[in-house]
Design a binder for this molecule. Structure first.
Ligand code: GDP
Length: 344
């Protein structure tokens, strides 16, 4: 039986990846910072699975990492532990860099010290934030990086360290450069979850308005379930390489909100312009969407669009869940959650 070790297993990607690997017959070990119920909420379906084991520890402590890798003796390590919100990284750049930049080194060094260079495959979670002020359109594995946040800078550092350990020590170490990927498990800080959650609350009269920033901002939004499959595929090849993963299609925040309103049965109409633009519920005449200049990004990633041909040709990977299906999944979750009294 193959053993995998996932850092950040309690998050969106970690929990979906754990489910995928358990379904593939792996023994899965997950690292989590604390066992409080909020941190393990997405693990409820697998926490009692005999092939799943949670370990409490911190990616910022080398001994935690080396001891765990020694004891678990995994064939695959997926490093997903991270503060996933680039904006938050401006508030605590030093602390966040410790995990994002040095966390991967602690894992790679452990692999080296334990003399497991030929036995362990390593996945490092990169991000489209590394392209930031993109130097070319579309972005591929050869596009130069130009990060715009401490988060993006730390990810670029981790990217190069992963490559360096691959080239210097022959470790099977790969970088996945993943564009935005969403799901019902996204945190509320992200615009997709904020929209699906708040508009649902508006549709049941629990909240009255949704305040957004730049409605015309574009993102390439995929479903996290598809993206964790790409992570796994990256570790199943004959040789290690880096891959850009995205759907290849971009949509605006506006479009996301419009589709979401349709699903919730809200008849939405836009009125006004720029910062004064509002979204009206045509049926009630109420303003349900407002714009706040405070939510605009001073440094907005521009022209992000992906060329995923390497992933398509080498991994045979393509997203299976469409943009519309992603939104339906997220909206259905909000409806069900409300019925079952889940607060996430
Ligand atoms: P990320 O910035 O790609 O990591 O993901 P977010 O979900 O935080 O933001 C996606 C896009 O939505 C960005 O271009 C934001 O400027 C835009 N956006 C517009 N309104 C909001 C909002 O209220 N919250 C957030 N988080 N993003 C918003």
């Amino acid at each position: 039986m193959k053993r995998a070790f996932i850092t950040g297993v309690g998050g969106q990607d970690g929990s979906y990846l754990a489910e995928l690997l358990l379904n593939k017959g792996y023994e899965v070990h997950g690292l989590i910072r604390s066992l409080n119920t909020q941190k393990t909420i997405w693990l409820q379906d697998i926490i009692n699975n005999n092939n799943f084991q949670l370990h409490c520890g911190n990616l910022n402590r080398t001994t935690d990492i080396t001891d765990l890798i020694h004891d678990i003796n995994p064939q695959e390590i997926y490093n997903l532990a991270a503060e996933s919100d680039a904006q938050v990284s401006f508030i605590e750049p030093e602390e966040i860099s410790n995990t994002l930049a040095f966390g991967p080194i602690r894992i790679l060094e452990s692999i080296k010290i334990l003399n497991k260079m030929k036995d362990i495959k390593f996945y490092q979670a990169g991000s489209a934030e590394m392209f930031g002020h993109a130097q070319e359109i579309p972005q591929s594995e050869t596009t130069p990086f130009h990060p715009l946040s401490p988060y993006g800078c730390a990810k670029v550092y981790a990217y190069w360290m992963t490559r360096t350990y691959r080239e210097k020590y022959g470790i099977y170490a790969v970088n996945g450069i993943l564009f935005n990927h969403e799901s019902p498990r996204r945190r509320l800080e992200f615009v997709t979850k904020k929209i699906t959650n708040t508009l649902y609350n508006i549709s049941i009269n629990k909240e009255s308005e949704l305040v957004l920033g730049n409605l015309n901002a574009k993102r390439d939004w995929g479903h996290a379930i598809d993206f964790v499959e790409a992570m796994w595929l990256m570790l199943q090849q004959n040789s290690a390489d880096d891959y850009v993963i995205a759907t290849g299609a971009q949509h605006t925040v506006r479009e996301f909100a419009e589709k979401c309103c349709k699903i919730y049965g809200i008849d939405l109409e836009w009125q006004g312009e720029e910062i004064n633009e509002v979204g009206l519920n045509k049926e009630t005449g109420n303003v349900i969407i407002k714009i706040s200049s405070e939510l605009f990004r001073p440094l907005e990633m521009r022209f992000l669009s992906a060329n995923c041909s390497r992933a398509e040709h080498v991994l045979g990977w393509k997203p299976r869940i469409s943009f519309d299906e992603l939104i339906i999944d997220m909206c259905n979750f909000e409806k069900k959650k409300s019925t079952h009294g889940n607060n996430s």
